[in-house]
Design a protein around this ligand. Sequence first.
Ligand code: TYD
Ligand code: MG
Length: 454
Amino acid sequence: MAKVKTSYFCQHCGTQYAKWQGQCSSCKSWNTIVEELIQKEEKSPWKSQEQHGGKKASKPLKIDEISAFEEHRMCSGNAELDRVLGGGIVPGSVVLLGGEPGIGKSTLLLQIALRLPYKTLYVSGEESQAQIKMRAERIVPNSEHCYILTETKTQHIFKQIQDISPDILIVDSIQTLHSDYIESAAGSISQIRECTAELIKFAKETGTPVILIGHITKDGNIAGPKILEHMVDTVLQFEGDRNYVYRILRSLKNRFGSTAELGIYEMQSDGLREVSNPSEILISQSDEALSGTAIAATLEGMRPLMIEIQALVSTAVYGTPQRSTTGYNAKRLNMLLAVLEKRAGFRLGAKDVFLNITGGISVDDPALDLAVVAAILSSNEDIAVEKDICFAAEIGLAGEIRPVQRVEQRVLEAEKLGFSTIFISAQNKIVSENRNIRIVRVARIEDIISDLFG
Ligand code: TYD
Ligand code: MG
């Protein structure tokens, strides 16, 4: 019997401690440290000989001496996924796909597995082979290369891999796996870390790409240690409103490509359809343009995001006009109203102004300013802003339109989502102007008034 050891892990950041303590000294969160049973690892199937026996140390080479082999990519046959990955699946890479339950992660990967021109092993710890077969029949009637395995123990999975020797491995999901070398329950931090480490080792040593599905927690992070995202090569997120049929595949991290790309899918009764022309989403939703709404190209952390801003300007009933915001900073609204009054001559002082960011999200990005002003003016004048126009600029106290950071990424997102025009600051520099989107540069708040409502 191997000796059983326990250790303490922060459930938030994954830091390991020898003793329990109330606060994690690494991420400062309280009551997140729990005891977990671990057993010191002996050997796992993909720990190479060199590591056990005599260590073979790597030598430094001059960068000129290193031959950069022409990076070969495996085409998944799914254009949206290939684009998000930066041109296909890189051999030996480990991709983590996160997303809310029921959003379609299993459907997406099963569909890709069925259409792959390579020998694929789809390991599921969540559904039985019969269930997967039923789902597969809805999506693709037959596939020659796809093997389905229902297994949760990594050692058994590796045994099957040795027999089948697949070209691609898909695991649904990393939270259901468990390794013999760790005694804590599947889904715990130490299990997730160990199973991922084994799979990464397998991927790097054999050059087989591995795609993992990861569950997310209620605050939107991938369940398990934060370190998981550092360990893998690529982190993808599958998102969308479950009440709508559209799903967006984004890359949050990619060692082999840009994270600015996104893929759009439509959930249908026979699987996910790739949406190659995203403007159809906008057109289908906008039957008529309404006054008082404008769309802003914002960034949420690293990710570009298009959000709709709604404003309502009406005559105040009481002596003191109301200013009310949902999801937006009320002080910032007051500032923008003052700028409009002083610099553009709009008498909004006697009007109620309500501002709402749709979708129930709260955004704190100065690039929202121009869209907020456009929405307010649109409501005030009762003239709609065209649905395919969006905005990304900050407004200064002098009424000047100021540049925003990472404008290229916002323009790219707007273009991808099918917008025809984006308003940005005249001072923002854009390297490649050759785009399918009209870029309107504005310098002062008056310019936008003449451009939009002129
Ligand atoms: P699933 O892939 O099981 O989600 P996840 O793995 O992310 O939890 O997706 C389940 C949803 O997808 C389910 O609500 C039904 C829907 N769906 C379709 O609309 N069409 C289909 O062809 C399939 C297979 C699923
Ligand atoms: Mg699933």
